[in-house]
Design a protein around this ligand. Sequence first.
Ligand SMILES: C[C@@]1(CC(=O)O)c2cc3[nH]c(cc4nc(cc5[nH]c(cc(n2)[C@H]1CCC(=O)O)[C@@](C)(CC(=O)O)[C@@H]5CCC(=O)O)C(CC(=O)O)=C4CCC(=O)O)c(CCC(=O)O)c3CC(=O)O
Ligand SMILES: NC(=O)C1=CN([C@@H]2O[C@H](COP(=O)(O)OP(=O)(O)OC[C@H]3O[C@@H](n4cnc5c(N)ncnc54)[C@H](O)[C@@H]3O)[C@@H](O)[C@H]2O)C=CC1
Length: 209
Amino acid sequence: MLYPIFLRLEGKLCVVVGGGQVATRKVEGLLACRARVRVISPEVAPSLRRWAQEGKIEWWAREFRAGDTAGAFLVISATDNREVNEAVARECQAGGVWVNVVDTPELCDFYVPSVVRRGDLTVAISTQGKSPGLARALRQWLEARLSPAWGEFLAYLGELRPRLLKLEKGEKERVLTGLVGPDIVEALERNDLGRAKELVRRVLDSSGA
Ligand SMILES: C[C@@]1(CC(=O)O)c2cc3[nH]c(cc4nc(cc5[nH]c(cc(n2)[C@H]1CCC(=O)O)[C@@](C)(CC(=O)O)[C@@H]5CCC(=O)O)C(CC(=O)O)=C4CCC(=O)O)c(CCC(=O)O)c3CC(=O)O
Ligand SMILES: NC(=O)C1=CN([C@@H]2O[C@H](COP(=O)(O)OP(=O)(O)OC[C@H]3O[C@@H](n4cnc5c(N)ncnc54)[C@H](O)[C@@H]3O)[C@@H](O)[C@H]2O)C=CC1
């Protein structure tokens, strides 16, 4: 079984070896999380070239060399050459750096999931490598069903949270769980942010919070 975690990558060096279509998708995900991205590849796809020109990523326009993974927080090996990918994985294992090898699940310390986001709400899906296509299909299924209100409502709860955390223990538990009852989920399903907020205000009014 895989242990799911959410990483804070802001400002951390993530090295991506290879610059094709798969590398591009991984880089896009890293940039969204404001990681510091370094791509090492003699050739890169057009989007990567543009991001390098815009200064959003570093691009070392050459083949992978021993020592390239030093200092990385994460490494993704996304070349189309199995031997290169294996060499990257070996170096990472020796150096204690987490590695993802796109063509060899057994060499991965971590897999990249399919992701649905609504603001700060993140839903990540994995099939343990058994069918990334199925992960993608479920992602699309969820995307069609999770309304924007989920993200907006989460932002609202985030604003309230500091105040609610100051409540006395028993009251705090009652309020925090009362805020997210089934009636709220139903309102969010209908993309009815107004109704969801109204239900929250009722809980707050009844608690004096
Ligand atoms: C193990 C893993 C390692 C990793 O990359 O992290 C891995 C490995 C491999 N993928 C392969 C194929 C495809 N991968 C995709 C797509 C995605 N692959 C992603 C993750 C993962 N892929 C990790 C496991 C995740 C899990 O646990 O389920 C996603 C979720 C995340 C992302 O990449 O950002 C992203 C969907 C994002 C989205 O759209 O939501 C598609 C569909 C498409 O391209 O649209 C296909 C073709 C259809 C199919 O094969 O099902 C192959 C065979 C290559 C070959 O030989 O041809 C291997 C290697 C092997 O299986 O040995
Ligand atoms: N994990 C996943 O989600 C998926 C993985 N794959 C696998 O991913 C691999 C890459 O696929 P694509 O991006 O489509 O390939 P691609 O052919 O578009 O890109 C390969 C990249 O590797 C670079 N490269 C080759 N030798 C290198 C070296 N010695 N050092 C540094 N860079 C080097 C090339 O310059 C090129 O940019 C394939 O092996 C494929 O089977 C394919 C689909 C999905």
